[in-house]
Design a protein around this ligand. Structure first.
Ligand code: SF4
Ligand code: SF4
Length: 248
């Protein structure tokens, strides 16, 4: 089967060469009189010719303007990106489990929960987490917290928001909020340091009506499996003191 367009091309070519030899393969492929078919093509072309007004495009422009004018008085169906002037109902609300910006959690004592174990940076496929650990003080962090991060940075331009760092963390110290609107004017702004990640924690908890450590009014942790604070050391408070005195 020869496509119709190809047939038209073949027949038009045949029409341009009325004295082509009768065993011309193009004429044979057509299977009927080339001149008759060319007349049909010409007739169809005439049918498609635009009218005067169509050629001016003015009716279509006018229809478009009428449509635009009508839409001006209808309620907006779009959602503002950042939502500064939008109504609450118009804003995009990220669903549960949305992987937005990271935040670093703190315990009930206000100390960072991260123990600088490097599990998250090891699991990160984008290699965008940089951690430098340092020893903790027993007074602040209790007996079971040997290390805390001195540097904790995430390069958000490299991050692919896969959530592997959150899954890998044994201390429930890092999580991802539903914050999705990120606007940076320079690349360095997209490297979130520890202060920024802790600030993210504070803002996210506040938006959820929770305390800084994630407790609700009843004292529970609705989005955190444990507080990882001084009150969950299971009664063991002198483990590190004992180990250090023993020379470890
Ligand atoms: S979300 Fe994925 S890519 Fe981003 S920091 Fe975590 S592990 Fe790395
Ligand atoms: S955030 Fe979690 S996994 Fe990453 S270093 Fe801190 S404790 Fe380890």
């Amino acid at each position: 089967m020869i496509p119709a367009v190809a047939q038209e091309i073949v027949l038009a070519a045949a029409h341009d060469q009325p004295h082509a030899h009768s065993d011309d393969p193009r004429t044979l492929m057509a299977g009927h009189d080339a001149q008759a078919h060319a007349a049909q093509v010409k007739s169809r072309r005439q049918e498609r010719e635009m009218t005067f007004w169509e050629r001016t495009y003015l009716p279509e422009v006018f229809k478009g303007l009428v449509n635009t004018f009508k839409m001006m008085f209808r309620p907006s169906t779009t959602i503002d990106y950042v939502g500064g002037k939008s109504k609450p109902g118009q804003r995009h609300i990220a669903s549960v489990g949305y992987r937005g910006e990271h935040y670093l959690k703190v315990d009930d004592g206000g100390n960072i929960k991260c123990v600088a174990c490097f599990m998250c940076s090891t699991a990160c496929p984008a290699e965008c987490i940089t951690i430098v650990g340092e020893p903790t003080s027993i007074e602040d962090f209790g007996a079971q917290r040997f290390k805390k991060p001195d540097v904790f940075e995430i390069d958000m331009l490299k991050c692919i928001y896969c959530g592997m760092c959150v899954e890998a963390c044994p201390k429930d110290a890092i999580a991802m909020s539903t914050t999705y609107n990120q606007v940076h004017t320079k690349r360095s702004d997209a490297i979130y340091d520890m202060q920024r990640l802790l600030k993210n924690n504070d803002e996210f908890m506040q938006s959820l009506g929770l305390s800084r450590s994630g407790r609700d009014a009843t004292g529970k942790y609705p989005i955190s499996p444990d507080g990882c604070g001084p009150d969950i050391t299971h009664g063991v408070t002198d483990f590190r003191v004992g180990v250090r005195e023993g020379g470890a």
